[in-house]
Design a protein around this ligand. Sequence first.
Ligand code: BGC
Length: 459
Amino acid sequence: MSFPTSSANSFSRYSSFYSMIAAIGGFLFGYDTAVISGAIGFIQDRFVLDAGMVGWTVSSLVVGATFGAAFSGILSDRFGRKRMLILAALLFVIGSAGSAIPGSVAALVTARIFGGLGVGMASTLSPLYIAEIAPARNRGRLVSIYQLAVVTGIFVTFFINAFIAGLGDAAWDVAYAWRWMFGFGIAPGVLYLVLLARIPETPRWLMKQNREVEALEVLERMNGKEAAKTELEEILNLKVEDAGSIRELFHPSLRLPLIVGVVLAILQQITGINAIMYYAPEIFKQTGAGSNAALVQTVLVGIVNFAFTLAALWLIDRVGRRMLLLAGSLAMTVCLFVVGYGFHEGGVSGLLILFFILLYVASFAVSFGPVVWVMISEIFPTRIRGRATAVASFFLWAADYAVSQTFPMLIEGIGTAATFWLFAAISLAAVLFCAGVVPETKGKSLEQIERQWGGKSRI
Ligand code: BGC
């Protein structure tokens, strides 16, 4: 196995190191989803697209991601987490290169669907990989590194887009700028491929394949010799010979974790985050900002998103998942309500709306952003984790598609104020769901979490 040898105290370093490599998938996810915001205007001019085709060009990646997420579970349960991460990295590279060179919009959409498959696979498998190698005490923080990578990808893309668009005149932008924006994604894709070759397979997957010796080797490296033995025993105790089948997903004992995972995944999206992430400049223009000011404000969104994800990293294993979700969704509800009110009243200053949008992004970044990815990677039993995580991730992407497709239609149909109030109402429902149903998983080993579900409604 191709990982470096360690001293007794270096296990944390190794799990952090491997987590960071796996988390680059998050960076590519952020990059690939956000890059289109800067490119779409030029693409529209280049290929003379109507509104429907603009929507399809944007959302084709999300459609690819929905399928990538759906199949990642079965594939990774069968072929391993590491191999499927490598496939995702390859798809990233193909998607980026294919989006940079096309002569037709059909070719561009096809490339985006391929890239999207990689995004969806990585979005499921990066956090899953990290959860399966991380020691319980800092699993939340390590999986959150993945979310930090997502927001870094989004943030970096905002800058790269602005930088590239500034390199030439309007004609150059329409002909080439968008190609460079996509093309830049090749570099992190290739880096990801190279680094993935250095990470081990996860001990939990190895155990499922009856490869105990290798599993122990990896566990020792992550957790030290003593803890490794205990953990191996724990995994062994819960090991079920037959890998979880799709039918097993509907077994009564899985009902509650599945409801929690799927509903959290859907709520993460339908509380409106990507209405902001994908359409921020348009929203800011509605408050009276000019084009340039709208772009600067969008960069602020990126900065706040990043900063508060960092805060989440610090908080998640301290105050726990449940508290963050509760406080975050409550704050999101209030912010969305005020933003809706701002649009409703008309005369309210754009700065006030900007402030509450930033506060909303901050509340999301410290709660639903990272916590949902952490929880869907840790609440399912090992034998079914790959598939169950994929199911939750599939619903997350499908909900993302629903929001990004319908947001402009909602604005036109019921108005901006009502649209934000709708998100506010959904956020309120999220508060109630978290208060009533979501358990705390902080500090527990995956096996403890698995045991504690056992037939009960609460951990
Ligand atoms: C969500 C993405 C979103 C991002 C924003 C992630 O947790 O899954 O859909 O764009 O957060 O930071």
